[in-house]
Design a protein around this ligand. Structure first.
Ligand code: AMP
Length: 222
């Protein structure tokens, strides 16, 4: 693996981008960079960007490219990203994809792999509506698919605080899926055209999907 690997995970809400990005982070020593997490932190901190983004996120629509690109650039400027990054939830529009290409080119870097997590839309509402995370370490869980080994206690860090996202409800998921198909799915052909696209069947068991993804990452970065 090169020191500055740049990986992109594409897929609709519920495809498992966050879960898989965290697993890749551990396995390969990369840094997960989720624009959704950065935006939620901005909302919680009440920054100008957060105030502008809050209602848009609650409606399941995309935050403006300007805001997203500004927070992404700030995050990429932090030194830990030199280990290599897994972009989770970014880019989501062609404007963002082009801006990312320019940003990387200016650093003499480029995308190693854009991986599309392939899922059935119909299953995504149940996946998203049932999910929650540890309030301390961010480990992901699900009402039906992945409960902690000891009820109410995080497997990873032992915390008993859990949280659910405000936009993880059946109504908002519909809008988020629509936004994905209208604005983000075209990026699959964008990256196919650049010769960096791989597709992974993400309907199966979490560890099987992780194995398939790891194989793609190894191939793309060695
Ligand atoms: P996520 O955590 O990736 O599901 O993102 C949650 C919400 O944050 C999305 O529904 C959007 O409102 C917003 N968001 C996250 N990343 C982006 C992005 N790259 N471009 C625009 N909006 C984004």
């Amino acid at each position: 693996m090169t020191k500055s690997a740049v990986l992109i995970l594409l897929g609709p809400p519920g495809a498992g981008k966050g879960t898989q990005a965290r697993m890749l982070e551990e396995k390969f020593g990369l840094v997960q960079l989720s624009t959704g997490d950065l935006l939620r932190a901005a909302v919680a901190a009440g920054t100008e960007a957060g105030l502008a983004a809050k209602a848009v996120m609650e409606a399941g629509q995309l935050v403006s490219d300007e805001i997203v690109l500004a927070i992404l650039k700030d995050r990429l400027a932090e030194p830990d990203t030199a280990k290599g990054v897994i972009l989770d939830g970014f880019p989501r529009t062609e404007v963002q994809a082009a801006a990312l290409d320019d940003l990387l080119a200016a650093q003499g870097s480029a995308i190693d792999a854009a991986i599309s997590l392939e899922v059935d839309d119909a299953a995504m509402v149940e996946r998203v509506a049932g999910r929650y995370t540890c309030g301390n370490c961010g480990e992901g869980y699900h009402d039906s698919f992945k409960q902690p080994a000891v009820a109410g206690v995080c497997d990873k860090c032992g915390s008993t605080e859990f949280k659910r996202r405000a936009d993880d409800n059946a109504e908002t998921v519909g809008a988020r899926l629509e936004a994905y198909h209208a604005q983000t799915a075209p990026l699959i052909s964008y990256y196919e055209g650049k010769g960096v696209l791989s597709r992974v069947d993400a309907m199966g068991e979490i560890n099987r999907v992780a194995g398939d993804l790891a194989a793609v990452v190894v191939k793309a970065t060695t």
